[in-house]
Design a protein. Structure first.
Length: 219
């Protein structure tokens, strides 16, 4: 199967995690686009969605799915999203699509995070994929300096990209994220950091991994 076919298969498999009548948390990205398309087939069985990006909102609405403002929703049963990398503990790097801050906000509303990914995303140690960090524009150079002070690490501003919140993204290369929770906690405290793309506090409870042998469920 191609990578696109694997994404379609896990997008479809995620429907099993959507309770009848629910407001569903919906992430962002090409894998989630497959999930959104599948969700369209059961739109009469859900109340609607909370979305993590303008792109996903537009795709949901085009399928006739009502999108609620996160501020108007107390709790959702499930958040379904992709990842750029996921380790065997369910920790993830996210933000390749620049939606990390809203993704973490919607994940925070959810009782459980279901990650959907093709097998290429599963790693032993995260960091090969450049770590996205959303920053306030004024802080970009200083946050980059902090990363660049680490041996072998290089942070660059993602060219031509502004998030839905109007901020730049730094991409940080050369990290080996052996303790995701510690690194998330540390970087979150740096002045001007809006969101670091390590999802350790909001890790996946379940990962539906698309493999050549079918969907593997990792818990
Ligand atoms: C967007 C994300 C995505 O979940 C991540 O980039 C994976 O995307 P794709 O499914 O297209 O590989 O974090 O900010």
């Amino acid at each position: 199967m191609t990578q696109d076919q694997l994404k379609a298969v896990v997008g479809q498999a995620a429907l099993a995690y959507v309770p009848e009548g629910a407001i569903v948390g919906v992430g962002t990205g090409s894998t989630v686009n497959c999930f959104i398309d599948a969700l369209g087939t059961m739109r009469d069985h859900i109340r609607g969605a909370v979305s993590s990006s303008i792109r996903s909102t537009e795709r949901l609405q085009a399928l006739g799915i009502e999108v609620f403002d996160a501020a108007d929703v107390d709790r959702i049963p499930v958040y379904i999203d992709g990842a750029d990398e996921i380790d065997h503990g369910g920790h993830m790097i996210k933000g390749g699509g620049a939606a990390l801050t809203r993704e973490k906000i919607v994940a925070d509303l959810a009782e459980r995070f279901v990650c959907i990914a093709d097998a290429s995303k599963l790693v032993d140690v995260m960091g090969t994929f450049p770590l996205p960090v959303e920053v306030i524009p004024m802080a970009a150079a200083q946050v980059a300096r902090r990363f660049n002070a680490m041996p072998g690490v290089q942070a660059t501003v993602r060219a031509g990209v502004t998030t839905d919140n109007g901020n730049p993204i730094l991409d940080v290369r050369g990290l080996k994220i052996t303790d995701p929770l510690a690194m998330e906690t540390e970087v979150n405290q740096w002045p001007g950091v809006v969101c670091v793309g390590i999802f350790a506090r909001h890790k996946a409870a379940v990962c539906l991994l698309g493999t050549a042998e079918g969907v593997k469920t990792l818990t």
